[in-house]
Design a protein. Sequence first.
Length: 413
Amino acid sequence: MSDALIDSLTAAVQARPDDLPLRLHLAELLVAAGRGAEAIEHAAQVLSREPGNDAARALMVSALAPPAARKAEPAEAAEKPKAQAANVDWAAMEQEFGDVVPPRFAKAGDEHEPVTGHEDRSFDVERSTVTLADVGGMTEVKKRLEVSFLGPLRNPKLRSLFGKSLRGGLLLYGPPGCGKTFLARAVAGEMGAAFISLSITDVLNMWIGSSERNLHDLFESARGHAPCVLFLDEIDALGHKRSQLNSSAMRTVVNQLLTELDGVQGGNEGVFVLAATNAPWDVDGALRRPGRLDRTVLVLPPDGPARASIIEYHLRDRPVAGIDLEAVAAATENFSGADLAHLCETAAEYAMRDSITTGEIRMINQADMLGAAREVRPSTDAWFTTARNVAMFANQSGEYDDLAAYLKKRKSR
């Protein structure tokens, strides 16, 4: 048998994997050429699609037969495929060649891959060591958190008297890099509660229904570790407005998130949901109705004292001399916490570059810090440009009044 012909047919089968007659013809040629192992694979692929295909069963029997028997009775094997196939233990064959083609059906608990492709998820449950005392500035935010979460937790008698539930949701929004994630960890540390952080990559899965199950598993884990702070980062990606979604799969994910926030299948007592976003105007309105993420807090860039505190924190392990924190803070208005970290990194690069050039190590000084402040631009400007349009033209309900007030104050400076 010509190997060139077999190679050509193999290429054709690879190009048309669902052409079963072509695949069977290739298997026949492979059996005739004494290449039984390759023929078995093609016959098994045909049987996985057409379990009752007699020709494929006959070829499987022929391929499994010893070479001598295969040569002695080729005609008989072709004439009586049903009789020979009847003598084959197909269950044993399926077990033996399970690595070639998967079984047609699978049961829960089998060693094979689950049909849905779902894998059991385990979420990292942390114990935060930071508290609100470690958060620079944000006085108004801390007051709001005290009323919403921390006060009722510390005063169970008053909580019972006023009928305050230990469930709730808070949406943190503001420009990127202003410490929303750090603030959520600090809330967990202040409460002595477990902390679970979730991003969209922890939820979304290509298998239908798996994303919804991931969300359910997440909330079940939080309920099992109550009191627990459940932090949903980038909630606008996970809970985007359904009217703007073209994917039906993403709409069902949003629906599942609404169900979990309501605690329909399991009570959310002791589960504090904190969500963060840079684009609250893209969050589905149903997520923000009472009983879900019903409280909203604007997390703004740090003020002067907070900027000085953040700069001092990022310089604590670096060699510095003669740094005027108040002057640097005054030169970095509208900088986010991430911008200030980058500022300190840039100033350190200046000092290190001079140390390499001169061969003499010098400290980071005030000139380095002010030079870095001129080079690094605040990343919040682009966000406030978008936010200004929202506050001016999309604030009919008044939900962005605090943002509008801040923008008015910011413009007057």
